[in-house]
Design a protein around this ligand. Structure first.
Ligand code: EPZ
Length: 417
């Protein structure tokens, strides 16, 4: 199994090209199932997760071919609405087939996703939404069996959910009648999915808002080309990395609008940030002001940047708090950051951070995608050498991360463990 070895203390300088958004392309790949056709998706990141989703499309009778950063997806012959446990257990996002299967086949057999690295992640909102649209859902040996021709409904999510909003959207585009989703997620990934569904012929109002109205339409037309948005979480990871190590970096192929709160928080930290429509330049002296942060649904601070932010606050010139309001138990990275010397304390979902002068290199272990990103950032700022194991997590969410960081002057390499 591979590991990543980093010799810290190097500033980051230069340019980096940001890949397409993992959390937008995964639901959009499943949306290609709704209507048979030959689709071309561009700006697709080459990740373990996009390859896993490609395998799922093949398992149900379709094909998914990667060519550079485009994916040719053919769903004409998809005829098996089944997502097995072997696959769903490796990637929760496989659960995004539920809506498309119900739209196309009025039937779905999807393994119930288990928990994840940091705790339970229920899907009750997804199921309640489909049941209110007329689906009959049962559980057999860990698999959800969902049946029925769907009709429109009014759906109120008790909490904002990206996944439940996505699945409900994909179930509603072909349902009989009108579906209204209240307290919908409006993450850029969801807006990208809405744009794809509109290109498919869907009739959707409320783009970019927390109320979506979907006029079910049976006359959809599949088979077209579509460009995926840039990955704001990858971009945010690089921005926080530069704030931590010092240096000057320009990010290309990025949408600054998707990062407004992250940019504003980083300015409070004391870095300089300039941007235009598709690039961001950050320069940092390495001085880090302590800045409290609480995660929230978009346009709030993304929970997928919480671990990276915590790594930054560890080297701040004072104390701060990090609160995760989305996942109250997403703190597995704290124990590993402590191995670098971080001074951290957790009570419920509130982490208190006492800023220290230096991190010291150490062997550490990844536990999930974003936790591993925070360890890479910390190791780059640390004195001495660090080894990060279980890096298959990082490959799930970051395309060629060590090559991109090498391009910015980091002393990082991947080795056999
Ligand atoms: C998406 O997960 C992302 N994954 C996550 O990114 C991200 O952390 C999360 O949204 C929040 O932004 C993908 O897009 C593939 P949710 P999702 O449904 O859809 C609760 C990464 O690192 N909830 O918005 O699974 C849930 O427990 C990943 O790229 C229910 O209680 O998240 C959580 O507390 C990690 N019941 C909150 O809502 C439900 O049925 C938000 O979850 C659904 C959710």
């Amino acid at each position: 199994m591979d590991k990543i070895v980093i010799n810290g203390g190097k500033h980051l300088n230069g340019e980096v090209f940001i890949s397409g958004a993992k959390n937008a392309v995964l639901p959009i790949m499943t949306a290609c199932i709704i209507e048979p056709g030959k689709y071309t998706l561009n700006n697709v990141p080459d990740l373990r997760d996009t390859r896993t989703m490609g395998r799922l499309i093949e398992m149900i009778g379709g094909s998914a071919q990667f060519h550079k950063n485009s994916m040719q997806i053919n769903t004409v012959n998809c005829d098996k609405p089944v997502a097995p446990y072997e696959l769903v257990k490796t990637m929760r996002a496989s659960f995004y087939v539920l809506g498309p299967f119900m739209s196309r086949y009025n039937y779905a057999e999807v393994s119930l996703p288990g928990g994840c690295a940091w705790g339970p992640r229920p899907v009750d909102f997804h199921l309640k939404a489909l049941e209110s649209m007329g689906a009959t859902i049962s559980l057999e040996r860990g698999n959800l069996i969902s049946k029925g021709k769907l009709h429109g409904a009014e759906i109120d999510f008790e909490k904002v959910s990206v996944g439940a909003t996505g699945n409900t959207l994909m179930a509603a585009v072909k349902a009989d009648g009108i579906t209204v989703i209240n307290n919908a997620a409006c993450e850029p990934d969801i807006t990208d999915l809405v744009d794809f569904l509109v290109k498919l012929g869907g009739n959707i109002e409320g783009r970019d808002t927390t109320q979506l109205t979907i006029y079910g339409n049976s006359q959809l037309k599949g088979g077209f080309e579509y460009d995926i948005i840039p990955d704001r979480i990858e971009a945010g990871t690089f921005l926080i990395g530069v704030a931590l190590t010092g240096g000057e970096v320009t990010l290309r192929n990025v949408n600054p609008k998707h990062l407004e709160i992250v940019i504003s928080k980083l300015k409070d930290v004391g870095v300089n940030i300039q941007y235009d429509s598709d690039s961001i330049t950050i320069s940092s002296s390495g001085n880090i002001n302590p800045v409290d942060m609480t995660t929230g649904a978009y346009p709030g601070f993304p929970t997928d940047l919480q671990a990276q932010w915590m790594a930054l606050m560890c080297l701040a010139s004072g104390n701060s708090t990090v609160i995760d309001e989305i996942y109250h138990d997403r703190f597995t990275h704290m124990a590993e950051l402590s191995r670098f010397g971080a001074k951290l304390h957790l009570v419920d979902n509130i982490a208190s951070i006492n800023g220290i002068k230096n991190f010291y290199g150490a062997p550490v272990m990844s536990t999930d995608i974003r936790a591993s990103a925070s360890l890479i950032l910390a190791a780059m700022a640390a004195e001495g050498s660090s080894e990060i194991s279980r890096i298959y997590h990082i490959d799930r969410g970051y395309e060629n991360i060590e090559m991109k960081l090498q391009g910015l002057g980091a002393d990082i390499k991947r080795t056999q463990a």
